[in-house]
Design a protein around this ligand. Structure first.
Ligand code: AMP
Ligand code: MG
Length: 357
């Protein structure tokens, strides 16, 4: 859990220090978890890890080095915090027509348009001005909850259809529109790293970037990659575990991950683009998908929509599965039919599980 009020640089420094410390440990032999070797490092404002299993343990450092280099490259293109990133230059040119942008930005913008349309605008990377006004992504925390007039003015700048892509160039239709790729960039980076590792001959590995994970092959010949799903209502606990098949990815969006406290009340970092307000009522949403970028965008979008509307959107994502934990004292774990097949609930929580249809 981390508070947005922690300055970005301090956060990055803390993550980097944690990463360096962990790497120091791993350099002296690495973490051998039942045949798996794992290396950890700090990047993109969070912790990342690369695990190598089944006969490839000795290549773990090589895999981690490749992933770190690629993640750094993506961070320097897509960071909203760096004024020189491709994204910041793109945002600064809002309303000024089309411009050529790098590959990573073009790809994530294109994907964001698709996920924006498929989630009926619940996932919308142009929430930037609202995210900022609530004190996230480098914005200053407001002294009081934002009033309706302020929200209305900010909401007027939100809408993924403001992203224009034509003739290999990209632009933002109106000045003041701000793209924030915080809900999709990590998943995208995981997919890019996995493709690169596979091209280098890796077969049995997992890449994890701040909880956005994708698995290939197996950690050991006789078992699949197994991921614990964090309990969003009880810090340190898990609600159960997932067994992931070849190439499958998982992402979780949670209200505990990042929040601001205003007048004693917590506001989570995921914004409902329809109201301009931080989403309340959801504690956590976990999505399993065939790519990490889909899992990342969809977990953010479904966090906004909640289980009922979310099920209508999931109709179009036939190979994705979701788990919802509403934010209420009586815990409920809501599973889509696909999730039921791969999720093993903690035995103490078995009575809390409900099916979604
Ligand atoms: P995640 O942790 O992947 O769910 O992403 C949350 C981050 O995405 C936030 O910190 C914001 O930077 C950004 N964000 C917030 N609300 C939305 C939204 N409705 N659609 C897309 N991105 C969002
Ligand atoms: Mg996301």
């Amino acid at each position: 859990m981390r508070k947005e009020s922690m300055p970005w640089r301090s956060l990055l420094a803390a993550a980097a220090v944690a990463g360096v410390l962990l790497m120091a440990v791993f350099r002296v032999g690495g973490c051998r978890r039942r045949g798996v070797k794992e290396e950890n490092f700090g990047v993109m404002g969070t912790l990342a890890s690369v695990a190598a299993g089944a006969g490839e343990q000795e290549r773990c450092s090589e895999y981690a080095g490749m992933a770190l280099a690629r993640m750094r490259e993506i961070e320097s293109a897509l960071s909203i915090y760096s004024p020189t990133s491709d994204l910041s230059r793109f945002n600064a040119a809002a309303g000024k027509g089309l411009m050529p942008v790098g590959n990573h930005l073009r790809m994530t913008l294109g994907l964001s348009l698709v996920y924006g349309a498929l989630t009926q605008g619940a996932f919308d990377v142009t929430v930037g001005p609202v995210v900022h006004a609530w004190g996230f992504s480098g914005g200053r925390k407001p002294a009081a909850p934002l009033d309706e007039a302020t929200l209305e003015a900010r909401r007027a700048l939100v809408g993924y259809t403001n992203i224009v892509m034509a003739e290999g160039q990209c632009g933002l239709a109106r000045s003041g529109v701000v793209v924030d790729l915080g809900g999709v960039a990590k998943g995208y980076a995981v997919d890019v790293c996995c493709r690169e590792l596979k091209a280098a001959g890796a077969r049995n590995f997992m890449v994890n970037l701040g909880g956005n994970m994708r698995c290939h092959g197996r950690p050991e010949p006789d078992r699949p990659w197994r991921i614990g799903v964090r309990d969003p209502l009880r810090p340190g606990g898990t609600v159960g575990r997932l067994d992931l098949g070849e190439g499958m990815a998982v992402a979780t969006s949670g209200n505990y991950e990042r929040f601001v406290e205003i007048e004693g009340k917590r506001y989570a970092h995921i914004i409902d683009p329809r109201t301009g307000r931080p989403v309340s009522g959801m504690a956590g949403v976990t999505v399993v998908a065939p790519s990490a970028v889909t899992a990342d965008a969809l977990s953010t979008g479904l966090f906004v929509l909640g289980p009922e509307e979310g099920m209508r959107v999931l109709m179009f994502f036939t190979n994705c599965a979701a788990l919802f934990v509403p934010d209420k004292p009586e815990m409920e774990i809501l599973l889509t039919p696909g999730m039921e097949k791969i999720f093993q609930v903690e035995s103490a929580l078995a009575g809390r599980v409900k099916r979604l249809r």
